[in-house]
Design a protein around this ligand. Structure first.
Ligand code: SAM
Length: 357
């Protein structure tokens, strides 16, 4: 299990050179409460401090959702809690925040951050669960539905940046990729189970990989020679499938490494299955007139959100939906490159009399 490095006397991680490079060596970034100035310098440099996540398009999300005091807000993807704390503040006084996340490692930390805001007993209810099952949680906690719902899809920076979670090709770690490491097969297990055509399909469907067939064969051959247990081994197998001239920094091999990791991560966590279930249940989770906003980060996600909202509008479940996705401002893209691919869509739940079947 992973976690912030200890930074008591004599226990700080040692590192080579002037500045820490590895995730676990960045003990100051892991302690923003103690090293606020150092963390502010990292953010000013356009980077995300280790062990943290900068919420994306906060102003645009709040404008789309319009949370009001006394309302019930549901955050389906709590992460570091950046959006959640804004929603919680906006529904005060008297409002409640319901929040879920599948990640058992980060969830208690985010829950503690929200508790420290001290908004009063019962104002925050947090559950570790997949948002595919969030309808049951809402029915139990707020039978009339939630007034505002947010889903900020994909991974948090804490998950991506920590090599121990197995999501990143930038450092070495176990080939895991599970948001909940206690549940289901890891990425390495998945490679042992998949045939060549199934892996090729997965690479094409989950990440639009143009070399899906060739890479699938290369990855599975390497896995058969020696079971791939690390992220470095997978990245190397993908790079080795390219001619040497394409293996340089920013070359075609790098793009494919990124897409292969994305495709496997989506499969390991059944991200599309969970998103489809959430989109199906959203109307039942929203109070009449309630608002939902979804931040997506690649075409496979955005296609699903767009189509579900259009379908809900046609069926009278939604009274209105966003015509076009909203994008991060150029300033935000510069300050936080992770916002570049974000698309925000929103919808408003119809009042019951408008529903057609
Ligand atoms: C982009 S981060 C959210 C960041 C958050 N908005 C913030 O401001 O810190 C996405 C989070 O959603 C969680 N997640 C992704 N898919 C999920 C699912 N199907 N069910 C529950 N949580 C999920 C991930 O574990 C991750 O913590």
């Amino acid at each position: 299990m992973t976690g912030p490095p200890a930074d008591g006397p004599g226990r700080r991680p040692r590192y080579r050179g002037t500045n820490p490079r590895e995730f676990r060596e960045k003990y100051k970034e892991h302690r923003p409460d103690r090293y606020a100035d150092d963390v502010a310098r990292v953010i000013a440099g356009g980077r995300t401090p280790a062990g943290s996540h900068r919420p994306i398009m906060v102003r645009e999300v709040l404008e789309a959702l319009g949370p009001r005091s006394g309302e019930v807000a549901l955050d389906c993807t709590l992460g570091h809690g950046g959006h959640a704390r804004e929603l919680l503040a906006a529904v005060q006084p008297g409002g409640r925040l319901l929040a879920v996340d599948a990640d058992p490692i980060e969830l208690p930390r985010a829950e503690a951050r929200l508790a420290a805001l001290d908004c009063g007993p019962g104002s925050v209810v947090v559950r570790r669960m997949n948002f595919a099952g969030v309808a049951r949680f809402v029915a139990a906690e707020s039978p009339g539905g939630a007034d505002v719902i947010l889903a900020d899809l994909g991974l948090s920076s804490m998950q991506v940046d920590d090599p121990a979670r197995g999501f990143t090709f930038k450092g070495d770690g176990p080939l895991d990729m599970r948001m909940n490491p206690a549940k289901g097969p890891s990425a390495s297990d998945l490679l042992s189970r998949l045939g060549e055509s199934a892996l090729a399909r997965l690479l094409a469907e989950n990440a639009d990989e143009p070399h899906a067939a060739g890479l699938s064969a290369a990855i599975l051959q390497a896995h058969a020679r020696r079971p791939m247990a690390t992220t470095r081994a997978l990245a190397a197998a993908v790079r080795d499938a390219f001619a040497p001239r394409d293996r340089g920094p920013g070359g075609a091999a790098d793009d494919s490494v990124r897409r292969v990791f994305q495709a496997l991560r989506i499969a390991v966590n059944d991200e599309f299955g969970s998103l489809d279930a959430l989109l199906r249940d959203l109307p039942a989770c929203l109070a009449p007139g309630g608002r939902v906003a979804i931040l997506s980060f690649h075409s496979g996600e955005d296609r699903r959100v767009k189509s579900a909202f259009k379908d809900g509008l046609a069926r009278g479940l939604y009274a209105s939906i966003a015509d076009q996705p909203i994008r991060a401002t150029p300033e935000e893209r510069r300050a936080n490159p992770r916002s570049t691919s974000a698309k925000l869509r929103f919808a408003t739940r119809a009042r019951p009399e408008a529903v057609r079947d």
